[in-house]
Design a protein around this ligand. Structure first.
Ligand SMILES: Nc1ncnc2c1ncn2[C@@H]1O[C@H](COP(=O)(O)OP(=O)(O)OC[C@H]2O[C@@H]([n+]3cccc(C(=O)O)c3)[C@H](O)[C@@H]2O)[C@@H](O)[C@H]1O
Ligand SMILES: Nc1ncnc2c1ncn2[C@@H]1O[C@H](COP(=O)(O)OP(=O)(O)OP(=O)(O)O)[C@@H](O)[C@H]1O
Ligand SMILES: [Mg+2]
Length: 293
């Protein structure tokens, strides 16, 4: 609990987090889908850019963002603004759920599909690390770091495409991932526009359903799929809480105390990932009562 100085009103941390992540009190899938497509339309036109670029993984987040993006560029072309949507497959070698990625592409029907295998670049970087002093002895940390390299290679590929095409990179970050800090800093966390911002996971799924996405992808178990040793490992196992609990929390509902603590701990620990880089001219907060040294 924290005190708001002006009014001395107690604001629960849950409310602060909901406000900080921009989760709205009410939700209507039809309205949200339309507003988010309008956002992509208006932003592309005002930026003067000519393409949106988005990695399509086979998961529901990129499927939903892709459906919204394709409808936005179609609308823009109808009013005479030439532009396109480029869906990018970015497998690390063979992807176990490639079939889902292909199903997502057939639902989105993007103007263009690009395929870039991130394995050679990822492995080249990783082999430069292994055997050196930088190699971590801890296998868990090693696999997280390797997973983060994959996510950052995907970022490099998407920005390279956007740069070539005069386009913008779409990110799929939303409130349920943002609250847990479950993304790679400057990897999948790096993007030009975030059309799913402020949504929890069930709201992303509701928009996908409204847009006619295949049912098996809407209900698919979410996975970052970055760990070779555990293909398609569910996000929820890594979190220690379920998406239902995160979604309830973000809608201001009561959830079990253990889940509240897990969510709030993750939120606090990953604050730096939701912020701009910490700059030297920003005063760091000193503990109360210290003289700042
Ligand atoms: N206090 C602080 N202030 C400023 N910067 C700080 C910092 N603490 C760490 N850092 C920096 O942040 C880095 C750690 O952040 P980061 O590199 O992101 O790494 P980290 O948060 O450790 O790992 C990323 C997590 O997100 C998951 N993920 C990644 C990608 C996609 C998805 C998905 O759902 O699709 C999920 C992944 O499975 C993993 O659990 C540190 O190496 C350091 O450079
Ligand atoms: N193999 C891949 N090919 C192309 N893009 C990918 C791939 N893996 C991840 N991405 C990109 O990184 C983003 C973050 O992955 P994330 O797992 O959070 O989302 P998702 O796979 O779309 O949905 P879900 O979270 O339900 O699995 C994806 O939305 C997508 O844009
Ligand atoms: Mg995924």
């Amino acid at each position: 609990m924290r005190l708001r100085r002006a009014q001395e009103v107690v604001i629960p941390i849950q409310d602060e987090i909901i406000a900080a992540l921009g989760v709205s009190a009410s939700f209507d899938a039809r309205r949200e889908a339309a507003e988010r497509a309008a956002f992509l339309r208006d932003y592309l036109r005002s930026s003067g850019q000519r393409a949106y670029v988005l990695g399509i993984s086979g998961g529901v987040d990129s499927l939903t963002a892709g459906l919204i993006a394709q409808s936005a560029v179609k609308d823009l072309r109808q009013i005479g603004y030439e532009c396109e949507f480029v869906a990018v497959r970015l497998p690390y070698g063979e992807q176990m759920d490639e079939r889902d990625a292909q199903l997502a592409l057939s639902a989105i029907r993007p103007d263009r599909v690009a395929v870039i295998n991130i394995k050679p670049a990822t492995d080249a970087l990783w082999s430069g690390m292994t055997g050196s002093d930088y190699e971590s002895a801890d296998p868990g940390l090693r696999s997280t770091v390797l997973g983060n390299i994959k996510a950052r290679q995907r970022m490099v590929a998407q920005f390279a495409l956007a740069g070539t095409l005069g386009g913008l990179v779409i990110g799929t970050d939303h409130a349920a991932e943002a609250v847990m800090g479950f993304f790679t800093k400057f990897g999948d966390g790096a993007a030009d526009v975030l059309p799913l911002a402020g949504l929890n996971k069930r709201r992303v799924r509701a928009i996908a359903s409204h847009l006619g996405a295949p049912a098996e992808l809407i209900s698919k178990v979410p996975t970052a799929d970055l760990d070779d040793a555990m293909p398609l490992h569910p996000d929820e196992d890594a979190y220690g809480v379920t998406y239902d609990e995160i979604d309830d929390y973000l809608e201001g509902r009561g959830v079990a105390q253990a889940a509240v603590e897990t969510i709030q701990r993750a939120y606090r620990a990953t604050a730096h990932k939701r912020a701009l880089p910490v700059a030297s001219n920003v005063q760091l907060l000193a503990p109360q009562g210290s003289n700042g040294r």
